[in-house]
Design a protein around this ligand. Structure first.
Ligand SMILES: Nc1ncnc2c1ncn2[C@@H]1O[C@H](COP(=O)(O)OP(=O)(O)O)[C@@H](O)[C@H]1O
Ligand SMILES: [Mg+2]
Length: 247
């Protein structure tokens, strides 16, 4: 099916690789942007709860919005700190505050407890506005950080990303009744959307003509069954590697 040297840019098959745009997610992109928009006007932002199954573009959609904010700041808008935490890796309030301090460029975190760390975050962020994105947020073991951020940060948008929207109903009602996030749902892609996404990715990752239709339809089929784009990317890379080994 494939000849030696099939990859043009193998990194583009990495699930973390961020495409320049996300077809089929324009509505969600618009909804997330609308939550952040008040910050650009110097007002307090809104919060949102982004949910949907694994591998359907939630992280990519959030990261694209954050990237746009960082790379194309509105010259008339206030200065906005852009903060992203993967809560699977940082699942306690202390670890989350350590991570936020690091992202805010504060280095003297040694021997500080979570109250000290939050005081620093508050001082740094309240001079500006901030977007906080907490990805895989259902993995946190406590929600104090949300309470602190909600009550003590003046101008912010909090984006919560989870595979299971039911998670939100399990958190402390005092936090729930404050955050009141807008719910943004990501529905699984249909077969033709999955094909569109993988075809685009193939253009980035493989040299032209590397794939024949028969092999490709097998990948599309398996990905459609799993409804997870990540599976499709994995299959594309594996096929490429096998092809190079068998050259
Ligand atoms: N609409 C899309 N267009 C292009 N790539 C997409 C799209 N949706 C998902 N992907 C890609 O699929 C992979 C999994 O998406 P991700 O955002 O990590 O899923 P989730 O966070 O929902 O588990 C990523 O590599 C992402 O770039
Ligand atoms: Mg994700």
């Amino acid at each position: 099916m494939i000849e030696f040297g099939v990859f043009k840019n193998e990194d583009a098959l990495d699930a973390e690789w961020l495409p320049k745009n996300l077809p089929y997610r324009e509505t969600q992109h618009h909804q997330i942007a609308a939550c952040i928009k008040p910050l650009l006007e110097g007002r307090n932002g809104r919060n949102c709860l982004i949910s949907g199954a694994p591998g359907i573009g939630k992280t990519a959609a959030v990261k694209l919005i954050l990237k746009e904010l960082e790379e194309h700041p509105d010259v008339n808008a206030p200065d906005i700190a852009v903060l992203y935490v993967n809560c699977w890796q940082k699942n306690t309030t202390y670890k989350i505050f350590m991570e936020l301090c690091e992202q805010l460029g504060y280095k003297f975190v040694l021997n500080k407890n979570k109250e000290d760390l939050f005081r620093i975050i508050k001082n740094l962020v309240n001079k500006r506005s901030a977007v906080f994105a907490f990805d895989e947020v259902d993995k946190v073991v406590e929600c104090d950080f949300l309470y602190n951020i909600y009550t003590d940060i003046l101008k912010k948008s909090i984006l919560l990303v989870t595979n299971t929207p039911q998670w939100y109903d399990t958190i402390d009602s005092r936090i729930r009744s404050r955050l009141l996030p807008q719910k943004i749902e990501f529905k699984p892609y249909n077969e033709s959307e999955i094909q569109g996404i993988l075809k685009e990715r193939i253009k980035w990752a493989f040299i032209e003509g590397a794939w024949d239709d028969k092999a490709l339809s097998k990948v599309f089929e398996a990905t459609a069954k799993s409804k997870d784009v990540r599976i499709g990317l994995h299959l594309l890379r594996e096929a490429g590697l096998v092809a190079e080994e068998n050259k």
